[in-house]
Write a protein of this length. Structure first.
Length: 244
């Protein structure tokens, strides 16, 4: 009886093992079926998500039909929906395209927006890409949509911000020596809007705080870096230097 029982147990173990193997094979097959290979410029990107998600499977099937025109449209759609600059790496992750393809799509969008009948363009700001209005078109409607540009700030705030941008790092006292008025209110406004920030302390008696611009400042003025600021004329440059 013991041998017979042992035989039944062994048989059950074999059956269970076989069943587990079959289940595992079926699972692997199912996972393989939902892996979609996106081929772009000889580069393969593997995407794997929930194989039971019908919406995902449908999206995968539609993505397999994309060509360069529709890939460019996809990148353009993401840029339209995003309110912040997006890097090529992030765009590739969102669209599930390769970075090479995203770069090619961006070049195509640049060319597309050079047309004189286009009021927008694709701009690179602090390492990312974003859709922005063309300056010549925006200037005509700035009074209505000015809050998207420097019209959001008063003349005094713009002047204070300009001094910081061109002279950073700079202390509050140095700003006031250039403007000849208190900078307290303007500094508070600029700090609240995150256009400037504290970037250290000057190595002089009292250790006053030094200020500089932020990435939000670059986004606000559609600049890639501080190096893209317009050149000061000789008089302004000299005025800023004398105050240091």
């Amino acid at each position: 009886m013991q041998e017979e029982t042992g035989s039944v147990e062994n048989s059950t173990a074999v059956d269970n093992s076989t069943e587990e193997t079959v289940v595992q094979e079926e699972k692997n097959l199912s996972e393989e079926e939902v892996k979609h290979r996106v081929e772009s410029k000889d580069q393969l990107t593997f995407v794997q998500e929930d194989e039971n998600d019908d919406a995902y499977i449908g999206a995968v099937q539609r993505r397999s039909d994309l060509n360069l025109d529709s890939e460019t449209a996809l990148v353009e759609t993401v840029l339209f929906l995003e309110s912040e600059p997006q890097s090529v790496e992030v765009l590739a992750k969102i669209t599930q395209l390769s970075e090479d393809v995203v770069n090619e799509c961006i070049e195509r969008l640049k060319e597309k927006y050079t047309s004189p009948d286009s009021g927008i363009e694709i701009s690179q700001i602090i390492g990312g890409w974003i859709l922005t209005p063309k300056k010549e078109s925006f200037d005509l409607v700035k009074e209505r949509y000015g809050k998207k540009n420097e019209g959001r700030l008063s003349k005094a705030a713009i002047e204070t911000l300009s001094i910081i941008a061109y002279s950073q790092p700079i202390t509050r006292a140095e700003i006031e020596s250039i403007r000849h008025v208190s900078a307290d209110n303007m500094m508070r406004i600029l700090l609240d809007r995150k256009l400037i920030k504290e970037i250290g302390k000057k190595d002089i008696p009292g250790k006053p705080v030094m200020y500089g611009t932020t990435k939000e400042f670059l986004e606000f003025f559609n600049l890639q870096s501080i190096a893209d600021l317009p050149q000061l004329d000789e008089a302004e440059s000299e005025r800023f230097e004398l105050a240091r």
